[in-house]
Design a protein around this ligand. Sequence first.
Ligand SMILES: [Zn+2]
Length: 281
Amino acid sequence: MPNPPKDADARRAIAPVICYPVETLPQPDMARYAAAREGMVKMDEVTVPPRDAATFSVPAGHIFRISSVEGPQVGDLNLWNADNLSERFYSGKTRALHGTHITTGDRMWSSIPALRPMATVIHDTLDWYGIDSFGGSVHDVIGTRCDPYTHNLLAGGQYHHCCHSNLSRALADHLGVSVQKAEDYVHDVLNVFMCTGFTRDTGQYFMKASPVRPGDHIDFFAEIDLLGALSACPGGDCSVVHSSDVAECHPLLIEVFKPRQDALQGWQAPALNGYDRTHGR
Ligand SMILES: [Zn+2]
């Protein structure tokens, strides 16, 4: 290892700056969202079986809720623009803007070139959790999704119920295409209810038992027409292992609500990103 420079400590002591200050982002109108939740009417529900996934549709201006039922369970969420599947949830930029975990008031941003809010978190019964003493928090945008390829690298074998495969099968059934074709649209997820962080000593991704309990839920406002897919992760509450049939797993419930009519007066879906895409040419 090269010798550290004489001013190594001084260089390390330089204070960080936030990469993406978010003060100039369009601020979500939380009062409007709160009004929309009041008196909302349930339109649809989908139950996601353990170690499997299901798709669901949410019209722009509606609200969807993901709930823990029966027992602690983590869910891997994919979102697409219902009219254009190439616009999909952009986990990496959402992380860059809002941090490693999202909660009430944060947005799920879509991929470039659209880069606009797809959904806004408007209520989260776990937002009391904050950041624990290990650096862990809930609703993770740092993990990708458990997948059979990484599992094959690390442990060998063919495991078919990782979130990546569950999402691929559910999307294939929805679109009426092969699972290999559907797989191309599956992307990095929001890990709903998952409690994760990076270890302070080695910087490694860790998970720990989710604090979610039956009845806990997270509510999202759909900013555009959405197609969603949710996998009930084979890791269950992700306290021990994932990518196997070892963990105890539970279903997850998705409900779609129509907001009170007058609450959305004057509301408009976010426009596509304003960059002109000429890239200097
Ligand atoms: Zn998973």
